[in-house]
Design a protein around this ligand. Structure first.
Ligand code: TXE
Length: 484
């Protein structure tokens, strides 16, 4: 078992660093509210230490061959898999997500990213461009020092999804976890160093918005990748613009899941459960606006209610438990506020809606029917276990209403009609889509949003484009002609 209290709040230049002068950040186990650790926000001196270390280490790291860099990442992936149980237990303590989930979706998906990008590093090249006798070529070069800012829902996964492509391309990274879940990124740092990463190439500093903005505003930083809310995304993007820095923004959503009459009912219900209640609904890509065609609506609701009886709430460290608490008391309050709004605005509460009578931040899985497009619960990201069911009649209507949102992260469709499925996908204004499935995120496929949900893509070869740049080189083979 990993002691939740880290040896130091930060990990800089290959070692744990502590500075108790920083603001205290308490860490709570969401299933009980018990304090399990304390870390301290980085002071200006700690931030400086991280920036100096990353800047120095980056050049050295970039000078290695791709194969050498890849070997380190792949070794780290193996260590992560070997320690999956311990890492999953820590993730469960930090986030409250059921161990049943963290065992298969957190360190494992982080390891996938390290393995995938570790495998790519040797083949990250530029191009040769023939120009008659002359030619040009491109060099694929790292950006430099990258900053990663994490959210609290998938701490290990987010750290790895950002670190793996950044490091593969020869960048260094300073990662700031969410202040709500600061623990597991430190494990990622330790594992990378055990795998042979030179000190300073991956650093972790703790802190809230202030530390994040110190990092984003520093002239030594070339790129910022954020996973978080739209308001934070706006601020960070604006700060990065001042320094003309590269950005990747993975922000929130209010994604549609459209279920047609001809869909396999059982699979559609499974999809809706995965799209709303996995991780107690705290997933950015969730399909929280569930549009169900009129003919199947009552049957869908009935089956959904029956399936929700399969929820097993309890201590998330018990592997039989499949539904855990929300991440924090604050998040619980936010979600309760939305539920009250849903009731006030006339949505029909089909099930759930209440806090659970036990310690910890538990909220019943909640389903609203008779939701209309203008209701707050259909427009704003709730980030909790609240499903809104909306009825529709025609395909054109469903598509228009699905797209009537400022967000554009994900969208899904359940139907047995192949042509209709592809028509819907072509029409969806969203970056990550699903046919007869929901919320899969394999490292081999790009992940990211459109509209207010962000820009850039994580995972797949696409991420390489967001962590490297090409230098064009013109090579003249003959004499240079000049007018005088
Ligand atoms: O995100 P924040 P939080 C959404 C969800 C949730 C809300 C808040 O709606 O309710 O975000 O979650 C750092 N300069 N998502 O608090 O506030 C901050 O410290 C620099 C969606 O986690 O956006 C944290 O590390 N950095 C999301 C990170 O940015 C700043 C998953 C995100 O913080 C900063 C989780 C600043 N001014 C929550 N302000 C998703 N898309 O998956 C904050 N930060």
């Amino acid at each position: 078992m990993i002691d939740p209290q880290p040896k130091g709040s930060h990990f800089i230049d290959g070692t744990h660093v502590e500075d108790g002068n920083g603001a205290e950040i308490p860490v709570f186990y969401p299933a009980s509210g018990a304090r399990i650790a304390t870390v301290y926000a980085a002071t200006d001196a700690v931030v400086e230490q991280a920036l100096a270390s990353a800047t120095r280490a980056q050049a050295e790291w970039a000078a290695l061959s791709g194969t050498e860099r890849g070997r380190v990442l792949r070794r780290a992936a193996d260590i992560m898999r070997d320690r999956n149980r311990d890492l999953s237990e820590l993730e469960t303590r930090d986030t409250g997500k059921p161990l049943q989930e963290t065992l298969v979706a957190d360190a494992t998906s982080g390891a996938d990213a390290l393995e995938y990008f570790g495998g790519l590093t040797g083949s990250l090249t530029g191009d040769h461009i023939p120009l008659g006798a002359d030619f040009a070529y491109t060099r694929r070069e790292p950006l430099g020092v990258c900053v990663g800012l994490g959210a609290w829902n998938y701490p290990t996964q987010i750290a790895c999804w950002k670190a793996a492509p950044a490091l593969a391309c020869g960048n260094a990274m300073i990662f700031k976890p969410s202040e709500t879940t600061p623990l597991s990124a430190l494990q990622v740092a330790e594992i990378l160093h055990e795998a042979g990463l030179p000190p300073g190439v991956f650093n972790v500093v703790q802190g809230r918005a202030r530390v994040g903005s110190l990092l984003v505003n520093d002239a030594r930083v070339a790129k910022v990748s954020l996973t978080g809310s739209v308001p934070t995304g706006r601020k960070v993007y604006a700060m990065a613009a001042v320094g003309m820095k590269h950005v990747t923004m993975e922000l929130g959503g209010k994604s549609p899941l459209v279920i047609f009459d001809d869909a396999d009912l059982e699979n559609a219900v499974s999809g809706a459960i995965m799209a709303n209640f996995y991780s107690s609904g705290q997933i950015c890509s969730n399909g929280t606006r569930v549009f169900v065609q009129k003919g199947i609506k009552e049957a869908f609701l009935k089956r959904l209610s029956e399936r929700l009886e399969g929820v097993k709430m309890g201590d998330p460290l018990d592997e039989a438990v499949n539904y855990g608490p929300l991440v924090s008391a604050e998040q619980l309050e936010i979600v309760e506020g939305y539920i009250a709004k849903g009731i006030e605005e006339g949505a029909r509460l089909v099930c759930g809606g209440k806090r659970v009578e036990r310690e910890g931040y538990y909220l019943e899985p909640t389903v609203f029917a008779d939701v209309t497009d203008d209701m707050t619960i259909a427009r704003e990201e709730i980030f909790g276990p609240v499903l809104s069911l909306l009825e529709f009649e025609t395909e054109d209507e469903a598509l228009a209403r699905a797209n009537d949102t400022e967000f554009g992260l994900s969208a899904g469709v359940f139907t047995r009609d192949l042509a209709r499925a592809h028509r819907m996908i072509a029409g969806f204004e969203a970056g990550t889509c699903y046919i007869n499935s929901y919320n899969d995120a394999p490292v081999e496929a790009p992940f990211g949003g459109t509209k207010m949900s962000g820009l850039g893509r994580e995972n797949a070869r696409d991420a390489i484009e967001h962590y490297s740049q090409k230098k064009s080189v013109y090579v003249r083979m003959g004499d240079v002609e000049a007018p005088f």
